[in-house]
Ligand binder design. Structure first.
Ligand code: EPZ
Length: 440
């Protein structure tokens, strides 16, 4: 019997929740610890299934880890093997991020070829081509990527597509390569920048992260460092979509709206008010605000993002694109908002080839969605009806949560292990916003 999430919807969301550390920044940071034999300390790791999977892969290789005071210390001093086993990699395809660090640190790596997943074939040919340009010899044997390199050489690599984990893998490998590597058409996601900050803290020499061209000057060795993982912009975006669909007044502590400009624009277009409360800049009032430290800023002014929505959302189109475009990881959630919006919207998925698995499940709740290739035409309905539905992948399940919160009546979302790969204690966070949600 798989776990379910039972939600009785129809209420506005009011209150505040803390946004956790970003899964897609935490995963590369964990594998980056393989680049040094000294211990590294990571803060703000989200409590997620995928993080546990990544730690299991590291442990299988001989890297030790320990948790204390909300921090995780990873010590890859003694690697027992440079093999990432299929049994573990198949549960989390981001394990391919072990490839770059192992090649750079140990000169060899055997990582199971990550299979596809429901949203697409998810090839890693661009990762492999980049490593080969850096002098690695790579073979595919019995479903494994087997890579060897005496010492990687810096190279000019022009990526055919701005692959996120491809850019991360190559950036980590180049950090210890001999010479300079220039990654062109690199992904610009904030998680890339977050990884570069950690690598530079370890002694790497990386510039341009967050832009399309990243320059990495290889160094001989990296050392221990501490890193506090950035907040999860996709988790934050998911709760923003939920508030847009249900109405209400929600504060997302730690959320950084500067990572969500494309979504914020659509939220405002659909009728929500969205505020970035991160501007801790001096408000010009040098008077004491009564909290005793006279800094003109009230200490209890938490940093984050706030959304208020008092009407039914208006329908707004979306076309997904690599960052800073509209994120593919928020496509499903935006479709759920448009299911209850006033008017019609077209949602176009340009990044993955099969990322509309949530559409038939939303239709079970009364949504009016017509799929045409990589576009979905959504005609908003006055209200959805609760229904038993099934999660198929991590962000599709998030879309079902958004829809269930907005729907009249009760929904039961099955196979929520998909949801729990990317969302920590979601039922608790939803209850903090006044939602009627329980994990069964
Ligand atoms: C990362 O996946 C994220 N995962 C995904 O988040 C996210 O959806 C995706 O980037 C796009 O933003 C992590 O960061 C762990 P890509 P990644 O390489 O790196 C093609 C979630 O929900 N491609 O940027 O695997 C690929 O098929 C997950 O948290 C190649 O053809 O995505 C896709 O069409 C889902 N060859 C496009 O590029 C390659 O070698 C973008 O993929 C690599 C990619």
């Amino acid at each position: 019997m798989t776990a379910k999430l039972k939600i009785t919807g129809g209420n506005p969301l009011c209150g505040s929740v803390a946004i956790s550390g970003a899964k897609n920044a935490a995963l590369p940071a964990l594998f980056a610890c393989l680049l040094t034999e000294e211990p590294c300390e990571l803060g703000n790791l989200p409590q997620l299934r995928d993080i546990k999977s990544a730690l299991a892969v590291l442990s299988a290789m001989g890297a030790e880890h320990s948790d204390a005071n909300g921090k995780t210390v990873v010590n890859a001093a003694r690697l027992r093997t440079t093999v990432a086993p299929y049994q573990l990699v198949k549960t989390m395809r981001a394990s391919v991020l072990a490839l770059g660090p192992l090649l750079a640190r140990a000169g060899e790596a055997t990582v199971s070829l990550p299979g596809g997943c429901v949203i697409g074939a998810r090839p890693v040919d661009m990762h492999i081509a980049g490593f080969e340009k850096m002098g690695a010899e790579i073979q595919i044997q019995n479903g494994n990527i087997v890579a060897r390199a005496k010492r990687l050489r810096g190279a000019n690599i022009k990526l055919p597509q701005p692959t996120v984990t491809g850019s991360e893998n190559l950036m980590m490998a180049a950090a210890l390569a001999e010479g300079i590597t220039v990654l062109e058409n690199a992904a610009r996601e904030p998680e890339i920048t977050d990884l570069a900050v950690f690598l530079n803290a370890m002694g790497a020499d990386i510039s341009g992260a967050g832009e399309s061209t990243i320059t990495i000057r290889g160094v001989d060795r990296l050392h221990s460092a501490k890193h506090f993982v950035m907040p999860d912009r996709i988790e934050a975006g998911t709760y923003l979509c939920a508030a847009a669909a249900c109405g209400g007044d929600v504060f997302l502590e730690n959320a950084d709206l500067s990572h969500l400009s494309a979504l914020a624009e659509k939220l405002r277009e659909c009728g929500a008010e969205v505020l970035n409360c991160n501007d801790s800049g001096d408000d010009g009032d040098d008077g004491d605000d009564g909290d005793g430290d006279g800094d003109g800023n009230s200490e209890n002014k938490k940093r984050g993002a706030r959304i208020t929505m008092h009407n039914r959302p208006r329908a707004v189109d979306a076309v997904t694109a690599p960052y800073p475009g509209y994120p593919t990881d928020l496509q499903a959630q935006w479709m759920a908002v448009n299911c209850v919006a006033e008017g019609c919207a077209t949602i176009t998925e340009t990044v993955f080839e099969n990322r509309f698995m949530h559409a038939p499940e939303l239709a079970r709740m009364g949504a009016d969605i017509e799929l045409r290739g990589n576009a979905a035409r959504v005609r908003g309905v006055a209200s959805l009806s609760g229904a038993p539905v099934m999660a198929t992948d991590i962000r599709a399940s998030a879309a079902l949560v958004v829809a269930a919160l907005a729907a009249r009546g009760t929904s039961e979302i099955d196979r929520i292990y998909h949801l729990e790969r990317g969302y920590a204690t979601m039922e608790k966070k939803l209850r903090a916003l006044g939602a009627n949600a329980e994990r069964k």
